[in-house]
Design a protein around this ligand. Sequence first.
Ligand code: ATP
Ligand code: MG
Length: 284
Amino acid sequence: MPTLDVNRYRVTGGKFSLSSVDPGDVQDWKKGPARERFSENKEAIIELQEKLYAEGKQSLLFVFQAMDAGGKDSTIRELCSGINPQGCRVSSFKVPSKEELAHDFLWRIHQQTPAKGMIRIYNRSHYEDVLIVKVHGWASSQLIEKRYGHINDFERLLTDHGTQVVKVMLHISPEYQLEQFRDRLTESRNWWKFNPDDLTERKRWDEYMETFETALNRCSMDEAPWYVVPSERKWFRLLVVSQVMRDALERMNPQYPEPSFDTKEWTPERLESGHSGLPQALQE
Ligand code: ATP
Ligand code: MG
């Protein structure tokens, strides 16, 4: 199996350019080995998630952002399948409701942060408030400018309280997006995925890329990094995203808690010899 370098996709230094990551990149990988490694990563994630849940002291927040058809939905589906649903939740952030708009932009986000022991995945996030909102000019540039700071403070607040924050942009080209839209229109069972409004957003592609770049540079921190993941090959996207999640969980290094009873006293043999806790009548 080739080696996988995910560090090259990590945004550091404040001068990151999206053009430095080819959305079609697969390093030296081919589909077969990538699938195999993805399965291994999934196994590891499932085990680490159980420990995280049992330990109950830390949590993981995994954020996805992408242009339409970037593969957020299918990546989240594949990443979550097999994880104990009691320990993992997904939050999707759509156009804010009237009530949400009546509050600050982090209000609805903070309500969905992971509790100790949990993994939470965001399908879109507070970054929409410095992406689509900026591109459309729905907030003043002064406010947008302040929001980068608000986001960094908010994410630091979470990390200070035991939440590991990792953010992933699924990176595609406009040509790839068009291909995906075409596929959605070709099959009637995929029509529900097509939204003509996506074509309006698509016209602002360059503005979006510039806006993404600013957000990535302003809000990638050591304690809450951004990764830009080449996403035009589904199997490579899954390989990288699963590796980034596995690495994050391994860094957290969750441990099963110490037993709350004396393991020398409470042995399986003791249960077999009548100490089942049932009333005497039932034991006979
Ligand atoms: P799908 O893959 O199903 O299309 P989606 O995430 O694109 O999933 P939609 O309901 O199509 O879901 O789109 C949600 C829309 O809400 C996106 O265009 C997104 O930019 C927008 N949105 C999300 N958060 C905000 C926000 N805070 N302010 C304004 N628009 C937002
Ligand atoms: Mg959409």
